[in-house]
Write a protein that binds this ligand. Structure first.
Ligand SMILES: [Zn+2]
Ligand SMILES: [Zn+2]
Length: 155
């Protein structure tokens, strides 16, 4: 299942492997993600940090300004500056891995679309995938197994 869950930055300096499938996958259409990626949205795989094996390189955190004041560090390749994951809230145990840095990004489609209030008007969301104007309640949406993993990681 986790075979092939490898990825990296554009220059190849940073390479990583996910040791497990992520707990959940977000497609975020918020303005911050749009501006920070220069694209329509960011796709993030939520996974425990200890299940992300760094194979090479050393991503460096860059602190972002946030409206909420909650910290958000984007970890970027020091050479090509591509973002490989985020740490939201300085929770050392949780990574938001940028799915499109995986070698096979199509294997992890979004489980939820969030902040659709700022979605680009020409982005059409798929039928049957939950979508929310803003954030959502993980307890209502995540599979039991993922909630259990989250509890194990964060208490
Ligand atoms: Zn966002
Ligand atoms: Zn790079």
């Amino acid at each position: 299942m986790t075979e092939g869950f490898e990825g990296g930055c554009f220059c190849g300096s940073v390479r990583y492997r996910l040791r497990a499938a992520p707990m959940f996958v977000h497609c975020c259409h918020c303005r911050d993600c749009q501006q920070q990626t220069g694209s329509g949205f960011a796709i993030n795989a939520l996974i425990e940090t200890d299940r992300v094996a760094l194979l090479s390189g050393a991503p460096e955190p860059v602190a972002m300004r946030t409206e909420s004041g909650r910290p958000h560090d984007i970890h970027r390749c020091p050479v090509c500056k591509v973002a490989v994951w985020s740490d939201y809230g300085r929770r050392a145990g949780l990574r938001f891995v940028r799915v499109t840095t995986l070698d096979e990004p199509g294997r992890l489609p979004p489980d939820v679309h969030i902040y659709t209030r700022s979605k680009l008007p020409w982005v059409i969301l798929p039928q049957g995938v939950p979508a929310f104007e803003a954030y959502y309640d993980a307890r209502k949406l995540w599979p039991a197994e993922s909630l259990e993993r989250r509890r194990a990681a964060f208490g």
